[in-house]
Design a protein around this ligand. Structure first.
Ligand code: AHR
Length: 314
């Protein structure tokens, strides 16, 4: 458990300490949210393969979208005395008690892909995430440029209620469209980041607004793909009758873009495994690591989809 003490030392002081002898094998507990999207399945797969390349024993606990299961998993990792904990927090609040327990046990916590509220900021070592406010802004800016001064009614499928990425993607998009009086958000509801819920909520939007809907903004591709089915079943053409803007850039979104059914996907990479393992390795080597490690992202309009598709890794 030598690494554990060093990690915690850095979390508290961010000072450089004497390089430790590398533990032969590190054990890391990973509290994963679940498998609500293709994106998340890719994140889990890549983390597993990057861990095995580096002889990290990664113990994954699937929380099936429930915070209470994540809290139980963290307590179990603490009881097992793991060297570090990776946490993808399903929602941003309610972590203080359990993260204090990890801190008291001198087990460093690394957040991935989502944030927790600032009140918990001293309870984790670093966060490996994308800039989710920016993702929402990119989606909103793309829409504003594409529709020009045409009047348009937008419906929004939000991610999981209380998830930092859902709050941030909404905030970024709202900020971008606020400058354009012709773009009106007419309905906004959670689709919980899943295809099934995306379809169900889109059906309800269509029932309420019918042909008045010009644009769908979905906080992830899976919900957009579910919604595409609902739009087709309503006898409308996704991608032309209703423009679709979504986030993640998973392979399924590229297939939908190539078929002309989705207009743009803003990238959010789930391939965090290398950065997570690098972070653990750096700290083990006695190097300070940044408080936040931001992943790089692109944006893929449908015109680029066919060319880009063969390069996609998730
Ligand atoms: O936190 C990242 C988000 O969670 C991804 O955009 C989404 O697909 C996932 O389920």
């Amino acid at each position: 458990m030598a690494l554990k003490k060093i990690l915690l030392g850095l979390a508290v002081t961010t000072a450089l300490v004497a390089p430790p002898a590398m533990a032969a094998q590190l054990t890391v507990g990973f509290s994963q949210i679940g498998s609500e999207s293709g994106w998340r399945a890719a994140e889990t797969t890549v983390s597993k393969s990057e861990a095995s390349k580096r002889t990290v024993n990664l113990k994954i606990a699937d929380a099936q979208q429930k915070q209470e299961n994540q809290i139980k998993a963290i307590r179990s990792f603490v009881a097992q005395g793991v060297d570090a904990i990776f946490l993808a927090p399903v929602v941003s609040t309610g972590w203080e008690n359990v993260l204090k327990e990890a801190k008291e046990a001198k087990i460093p916590v690394i957040l991935l892909d989502r944030d927790i509220d600032p009140s918990g900021k001293d309870l984790y070592l670093t966060a490996v995430t994308s800039d989710s406010v920016h993702e929402g802004e990119v989606a909103g800016d793309w829409l504003a440029t594409t529709v020009g001064d045409k009047q348009c009614n937008v419906v929004e499928l939000q991610g999981t209620v209380g998830a930092s990425v859902a709050t941030n993607r909404k905030k970024g998009f709202d900020t971008a469209i606020a400058k354009h009086a012709n773009i009106k958000l007419v309905r906004s509801q959670t689709g919980d980041f899943t295809r099934a819920k995306g379809k169900e909520v889109m059906e309800a939007f269509l029932k309420a607004e019918g042909k008045k809907i010009n644009v769908l903004y979905a906080h992830n591709d899976d919900m957009a793909i579910g919604a595409i089915q609902a739009i087709e079943e309503a006898g409308l053409k996704p991608g032309s009758d209703i423009l679709i803007v979504s986030i993640d850039a998973v392979k399924g979104a590229f297939e939908a873009m190539i078929a002309g059914k989705l207009n743009v996907s803003v990238e959010c990479s789930p391939l965090l495994g290398p950065q997570l393992m690098e972070a653990v390795k750096e700290v083990a080597a006695g190097h300070p690591i940044p408080r936040r490690i931001i992943t790089e992202e692109s944006v893929f309009p449908k015109e680029t989809a066919a060319q880009e598709f063969p390069n996609r890794k998730y």
